[in-house]
Design a protein around this ligand. Structure first.
Ligand SMILES: Nc1ncnc2c1ncn2[C@@H]1O[C@H](COP(=O)(O)OP(=O)(O)O)[C@@H](O)[C@H]1O
Ligand SMILES: O=P(O)(O)OC[C@H]1O[C@](O)(COP(=O)(O)O)[C@@H](O)[C@@H]1O
Ligand SMILES: [Mg+2]
Length: 472
């Protein structure tokens, strides 16, 4: 049947090359390997071969040639960027067990550390690293470094085993404790050497991964037989390349409770506004996803969009209309939104946390008072209520849900297999639904901001009907 919509016309006339599969080549991101700087290391057969419970079937081991593509959506029309520039498609090594390993389990002394803010699932990742190393590869020396990076040089590591970590996946937070700051490169690498750790698993966010790059470089410079693997953790979902971090979906789910409460409060008041602030230092992913799944939100404000309060096309005008039509409105704001609107003292402009992250002012509280001022000014004699809900830590200080727990298991096992195979300076992560190894250097600098030009943001706009804040 002939297609007659305008979209169909565009599709039918697009210049699609005769052989669309030919134009693209593949560029594999090279993973650092211990033999890059220790060429005399000898491979061993994978100890999984001797596992008494599990006999690896044919096809179990991953070949070096197996890759995961960084981009799976391509424009194959002849004049598209990808095709006309012949730019190669970026690919990453597929994660999983290798036939050869570069560690003898009896010589392994593994260290696990957690850094930065909490994220649901951190305990599961620790648990799965311990159980995976112990059960799959027969490793018996596994240690937890407590209190983040500073713990390497200021605390005694604690011994971990499957019995001890048995229930950890049911607990929020990190049993190893975490902290910000305290990154002292030489002290950390000295301590790693001093303790005899030869596998270091680092669970943390963008800051942590930048630290991991430095540790990896210093280990290479000292030519140490120590592999470093990162496992990206970011409740904000601000790390690029990977689809998302473990814990993100749990946080979005928890945020629903706050939005529901704000909705009930707003609906039950005369001219009621429910205002919810959700985490997201520099990205609005949690706010966006929580908004899309809730459907009760009338306006979602994130750091990636410019918006204004007063005048035509502004927030107050929009709320006025909402209150007139529905009697209530629900606003969701990301923590990092509107920071440049709040007046700051010189000291506040400089304030940073121990890791060097800028300390944000409470946009939700500021907006609440601005809303009240606006209403008092323009509608002095009408009732008005703003209920402000700030569930901050409640969305991240919880155990991971089932989906995130599964992700934690697979990402931890991927990291173990990669390290056993001698890879180092890499992270394991989910790319387009598949587990892959990515050079940590790349991950440490890859940002993941909300793309306000894509369909997802357009759906937010259509679900909420909020203005686009383009000044007339
Ligand atoms: N550029 C950097 N170089 C080295 N270490 C860093 C860097 N940025 C942050 N860190 C360290 O990484 C750890 C966690 O960083 P932080 O930004 O607090 O959290 P996250 O890793 O979750 O983003 C802290 O110990 C901090 O000192
Ligand atoms: O109060 P804390 O522990 O510094 O955490 C607050 C920050 O932690 C986060 O949840 C996550 O930040 P990180 O990924 O950098 O750890 C941010 O959204 C928030 O700004
Ligand atoms: Mg961070």
């Amino acid at each position: 049947m002939a297609l007659s919509s305008p979209e169909a016309t565009i599709l039918n006339t697009a210049k699609i090359p005769e052989n669309p599969s030919s134009p693209c080549s593949i560029h594999l991101q090279k993973l650092p390997h211990l033999t890059d700087y220790l060429p005399n290391l000898k491979p061993l057969p994978n100890p999984l071969e001797k596992n008494t419970l599990y006999h690896p079937p044919a096809g179990f081991y991953i070949n070096q040639s197996e890759v995961v593509l960084g981009k799976i959506i391509l424009d194959l029309s002849a004049d598209s960027e990808a095709v006309s520039s012949h730019s190669p498609q970026v690919a990453y090594s597929r994660a999983g067990p290798r036939w050869q390993v570069f560690f003898d389990p009896k010589d392994i002394k593994a260290a696990i550390v957690t850094c930065g803010g909490l994220c649901p699932g951190m305990n599961t990742v620790i648990r799965e690293l311990v159980v995976g190393l112990w059960e799959m590869y027969g490793v018996r020396q596994i240690y937890g470094v407590t209190a983040g990076y500073r713990g390497f040089y200021s605390r005694d590591p604690i011994e971990l085993n499957p019995k001890l970590v048995h229930n950890w996946h049911k607990l929020g937070g990190t049993a190893l404790e975490t902290s910000r700051g305290g990154f002292d490169l030489n002290k950390i690498v000295d301590a790693i050497e001093h303790h005899g750790f030869n596998q270091v698993y680092i669970i943390g966010g963008d800051g942590t991964m930048r630290g991991a790059v430095n540790i990896f470089n210093e280990i290479q410079r000292r030519k140490l037989n120590i592999a470093v693997a990162g496992i990206p953790k970011t409740v904000d979902n601000d790390i690029g390349i990977i689809d998302r971090s473990f814990g993100f979906q749990t946080a979005v789910e928890m945020a629903q409770q706050a939005i529901n409460a704000a909705h009930v409060e707003a609906e039950s008041a005369v001219n009621g506004i429910g205002l919810v602030k959700l985490m997201g230092r520099s990205t609005g992913h949690i706010a966006l996803h929580a908004t899309l799944s809730s459907r009760d939100v009338d306006c979602c404000l994130i750091p990636e969009i410019d918006f204004y309060l007063e005048g035509e096309g502004g927030l107050f005008e929009f709320l006025e209309k909402q209150l007139k039509e529905n009697g209530h409105a629900v606003l969701v704001v990301a923590e990092g939104a509107g920071q440049d609107m709040i007046p700051r003292t010189e000291a506040q402009k400089e304030e940073r946390d121990e890791s060097g992250n800028l300390v944000f002012l409470d946009f939700g509280a500021w907006l609440k008072s601005e809303l009240k001022n606006w209403w008092a000014r323009d509608h002095a004699n009408e009732l008005f209520t703003v209920k402000y809900i700030d569930p901050t830590y409640m969305i991240r200080a919880v155990p991971a849900n089932a989906t995130d727990n599964l992700y934690c298991t697979l990402v931890a096992y991927s990291a173990i297999h990669g390290v056993m195979a001698g890879y180092t300076g890499f992270v394991s992560g989910l790319i387009n639904g598949n587990y892959a190894y990515i050079p940590v250097e790349e991950v440490a600098h890859a940002r993941n901001e909300v793309n306000t030009k894509d369909h997802k943001w357009a759906w937010v706009r259509s679900v909420t009907n909020q203005p686009d804040f383009v000044k007339p």
